[in-house]
Design a protein around this ligand. Structure first.
Ligand code: TYD
Length: 217
């Protein structure tokens, strides 16, 4: 039975997710929470191998193949890391989760969302549902501008290379998901400063965590 708290962070390229995750980890540490942070794809030995195929392999992958690989990595992470940590009462912080599959492979990759939901439910089960998902919302243009010139030229991974049309659909997909899941997904305007965003995230987390502890979520 799940006892901990699961929070996922989502957003398009350059939305400031990594910065927020760092700030959030420092906050949890300072407040004395028992927590762990992990990422998707990856987070386990097998997952990191799958990550390498997904992001850096030269082979062309269809959205369907991508989705199944992301799901396999996710399933391993749930079995090996997420469920045991939640059972120990930890706060589990996820750098991306299944919403990324729904937006990138679903909305942008044109896969049927219901198919993705069926397979995702099979992969994650009932005990690894997020208590809160923070969505950092930013346009593709602004996100891309934030990357350094070097990152823009050389280090784009396979998914980052997909271009504006794809990433516009990712953003629209996230906003649709937020509309469909208003209790779970909390949208933050990522054009605000990193400090402002962090205060908003911290406030929302404290509220939800408290409700969860009181059994009123
Ligand atoms: P990463 O380097 O972790 O990027 P970011 O800092 O943007 O999180 O790369 C993860 C990439 O994989 C990112 O472009 C989003 C993509 N992705 C999917 O397409 N589907 C998924 O289910 C997940 C988890 C990630």
């Amino acid at each position: 039975m799940k006892k901990g708290f699961l929070i996922s962070f989502e957003g398009g390229e350059g939305c400031g997710k990594s910065t927020q995750l760092k700030k959030f980890a420092i906050f949890l540490e300072e407040e004395g929470f028992d927590f762990l942070i992990t990422r998707e794809p990856g987070g386990t030995e097998v997952g990191e191998k799958i990550r390498n195929i997904l992001l850096h392999d030269k082979a062309a992958l269809s959205s369907k193949t991508e989705f199944l690989l992301f799901s396999a990595s996710r399933c391993k992470l749930i079995e090996e890391v997420i469920i045991p940590a939640l059972n120990e009462g930890k706060i589990v912080v996820l750098d991306r989760y299944f919403d990324s599959s729904y937006t990138y492979q679903g909305y942008a990759g044109n896969l049927n969302l219901q198919d993705l939901q069926t397979i995702t439910n099979f992969a994650i089960g009932d005990d690894a549902q997020p208590d809160l998902t923070v969505l950092l919302d930013l346009s593709y243009e602004e996100g891309f501008q934030r990357k350094s010139a070097d990152e823009r030229l050389k280090n784009l991974d396979r998914i980052e290379q997909k271009g504006k049309e794809y990433h516009d659909k990712v953003r629209a997909g996230y906003l649709q998901l937020a509309k469909d899941n208003p209790r779970r997904i909390f949208v933050v305007d990522a054009t605000k400063t990193q400090d402002e965003i962090f205060e908003i995230v911290k406030f929302e987390f404290k509220k939800r965590y408290q409700n969860c502890q009181n059994g009123t979520k």
